[in-house]
Each structure stands twice: as C-alpha cells, then as structure tokens.
Design a binder for this molecule. Structure first.
Ligand SMILES: Cc1cc2nc3c(=O)[nH]c(=O)nc-3n(C[C@H](O)[C@H](O)[C@H](O)COP(=O)(O)OP(=O)(O)OC[C@H]3O[C@@H](n4cnc5c(N)ncnc54)[C@H](O)[C@@H]3O)c2cc1C
Ligand code: SF4
Length: 338
C-alpha cells in the first residue's frame, strides 16, 4: 500500500482548488472502484480528496421539464427515485442491472461515469498495459480478450467502458455538468468519454482540475417504449458482454424517433446516429431493427476470443428494439426474434 494524504472538500470551489493544487491527487466518492485500484497498485494518488460531504446529492426539476441529478446521488437512490422510475425507466433498469444492491448503495452518479475498465490486464500490474503504463504495450490484443471491444478500438487498447448506467444516459442524451478553475461547462454525453486512440490512459474529456457536479436529463424519457438488455455470464454481479439501451417513440406501428446505445463493445457507450435516423419513419418490424443493427455494427472487428460479440450484439439490438416496441422491457428471452 502506498501512503497518501487525506483531506475533505468543504464545497465545490474548495474541491476544485484542492485538485488544481495537486495534480496527482484524486477525488473519492463511494470508493467502490477507486479503493480497489489503490489496493491493487494500479492507481497511486498522492492524496484522496473526499467529496462525499458536498451538497450534490439531490434530484431536482429543471425549468425545461428535465431533471438535474447531483453527482453524489447514490445509484440505488437514483434508480428508485419516483421521477426516474416513472419518467426515465430506461435509466432505472440500466442502473439496477449493474453491480449488487450493496455496491449500488455506495456508488455515486459521478463515480459511475469515471469507473475504469474491467480489463484484467489493467488490474494485473505484472503485465504490460498501455492504459496503466503508457507505451508498455497491450496484453489483451494477443491475449485473452473475450470481454473486450469490437468497435472503436485502436492498436494501443481494446478495453471497454464497464458502466450500465452510462449506456442509458447516452441513449437519453444526458449532459454532464462540470466545474473547474475556469468555471462551469456542460458536456454532451456523447462527448464525455473518449475512444482510446494513441492515449488510452485518458478515459474522458474531463480536465484535470474539474469535478463532475451533476447530470442533466432532457424532458423526454421514452417511458412507454424502452428496453435495457444486458447479456452477461451470470444474471447478477457481472459486467456486460453486450448491453443495449433501446428507446422508441411510436406512432401506431411506425417509429417516430429511435435511440440506441450499446455497452460492453467499446471504450465508451456506442451510438451511431445514422442507425437511429434509419429507424425514423420505418415500420417497427424485425426487418427494420435488423437493418439498424447492421448499420450500428458496421466496422465491428473481433480479436479472437471476442469474435462472438459481433453476432451477439446484432441479435441483442434486434431483441431490445423488439421489446421496446412491444412495451415489454423486462422480457429477456423472446425466442421469436433472436
Ligand atoms: C464487484 C463490482 C461489480 C460491479 N458491477 C458493475 C456493473 O455490473 N455495472 C456497472 O455499471 N458498474 C458496476 N460496478 C461499478 C460501480 O458501479 C462503480 O464502481 C461505481 O459506480 C463507482 O462510483 P463510486 O462513487 O464508488 O466511485 P469512486 O470509486 O469513489 O470513484 C471512481 C472514480 O471517479 C472519480 N470521481 C468520483 N466522483 C467524482 C466527481 N464527482 N467528479 C470527478 N471525479 C469523480 C474518482 O476520482 C475515481 O477516479 C461494479 C463494481 C464492483 C466493485
Ligand atoms: S486493452 Fe487497454 S486496458 Fe487492457 S491491456 Fe490493453 S491497453 Fe491495457
């Protein structure tokens, strides 16, 4: 265990001041990912800045009809919040598909966005990993890569982002509110996480002196026709091999608007706007869904052990859209469509 200092932030301004003054410090919220990383020697912060006392634990109405979720709202509270359960059930389903009840009680909204990949080479400090140690190589490309990415990969890293919640937030077109030395800014969810490219050590576009303060949801929650489908090795306490957040607005049997985001397949929640546009005005049929799946998965590439994910993702997209169209979001085994 490496020694580190510990301090507590009094308010957001103090948190920003502390992180800006010490670049090798890091914030701690629920600690459910960070403490493991410290214990494994993957992360060696000089200081933990405890942000749990900040007043960022409320879900509030916005004047445009949307919701503002404080960065410290625990995952469980968010999933069971009456407004989330009623108006954004896609988000509630995604959160409840993740981790365990105990972890969701501790895990915060902001921490969920910044949890790190579950690539086991990243956690195994005896193996090369460009994300942990830039320039050392990627053990997964030629190694055991069953859980790794099939889209948006680079020759430096093929890790996936592990969050379920973020897949729903991507589909709902949430925004991330952050505060840093130069003030506040609002980041579209699609622009928050990064692809690995040549710098896989950087997961997001959050600047070093910034703290996440809130997530904003737009008014539209797609509460009538949605599905979060998570395919994993066990039914609980396992990360997604492939997950799909599907949301539809229907006019009879026709699709007026569609949203689709994938988890477990890329370094960030994967959205392809062209696939969603293709669904607009199309009949809500298996054929339309299969065409959209082809578009979304264009360019997908396996690395050996994870080749199966391409076909799995195709089927999962068709199934999730079918469940969304039927208004049967919880059905996970509809043999008629996949
Ligand atoms: C066994 C296990 C199984 C899990 N299964 C799943 C799963 O199936 N699906 C899933 O989605 N998740 C899963 N998780 C992950 C869990 O959801 C995350 O660990 C959790 O959401 C992180 O939140 P936290 O508050 O504990 O973050 P912390 O561990 O405190 O912090 C994580 C990172 O976020 C940073 N941070 C935290 N808050 C802020 C902020 N406001 N501003 C800036 N930086 C911040 C920290 O500095 C740190 O780098 C699992 C975790 C475990 C341990
Ligand atoms: S996939 Fe990324 S995280 Fe995993 S070993 Fe390669 S560089 Fe490291």
């Amino acid at each position: 265990m490496n020694n580190f200092e510990f301090s507590r932030a009094a308010d957001v301004a103090d948190a920003v001041r502390q992180i800006a003054a010490e670049p090798s410090a890091t914030f701690v919220a629920g600690g459910t990912n960070l403490i493991d990383l410290i214990k494994e020697g993957v992360t060696k912060p000089s200081r933990l800045i405890d942000i749990t006392r900040l007043q960022l634990n409320r879900v509030e109405d916005k004047s445009d009809g949307g919701l503002r979720i404080g960065a410290l709202v625990p995952n469980s509270d968010l999933a069971y919040h009456p407004q989330i359960a009623a108006r954004y059930p896609l988000l509630a389903s995604a959160i409840l598909a993740g981790a365990s009840a105990q972890l969701r009680n501790m895990a915060s909204t902001g921490g969920n966005l910044l949890q790190r990949t579950r690539c086991f080479y990243f956690y195994d400090t005896t193996t090369p990993c460009n994300k942990r140690e830039p320039g050392s190589g990627c053990s997964a490309i030629e190694g055991i890569n069953r859980g790794h990415a099939i889209l948006g990969t680079s020759e430096r890293c093929i890790a996936t982002h592990p969050s379920d919640m973020c897949v729903a937030l991507a589909a709902l077109e949430a925004r991330v509110l952050v505060t840093g030395k130069s003030g506040e800014r609002s980041i579209a969810f699609a622009d928050f996480h990064r692809l690995p490219g040549d710098t896989p050590q950087t997961d997001s576009n959050l600047r070093a002196d910034e703290i996440i303060t809130a997530i904003e949801l737009p008014p539209k929650g797609f509460a009538a026709n949605y599905s979060y489908l998570k395919i994993r090795d066990r039914l609980s306490y396992a990360f997604a091999l492939v997950s799909v957040a599907a949301a539809l607005e229907l006019d009879g049997d026709k699709i007026k608007q569609a949203r689709l985001a994938l988890g477990g397949v890329a370094h960030k929640p994967w959205r392809v706007p062209e696939g969603e546009t293709q669904l607009g005005d199309a009949p809500a049929t298996r054929e339309s869904f299969a065409r959209a799946a082809e578009t979304v998965l264009r360019g997908a590439r396996g690395f050996g052990h994870n080749d199966f994910k391409i076909e799995l993702a195709r089927r999962a997209i068709v199934r999730a859209l079918t469940q969304a169209a039927r208004g049967t979001p919880q059905s996970q085994s509809d043999k008629r469509v996949a």
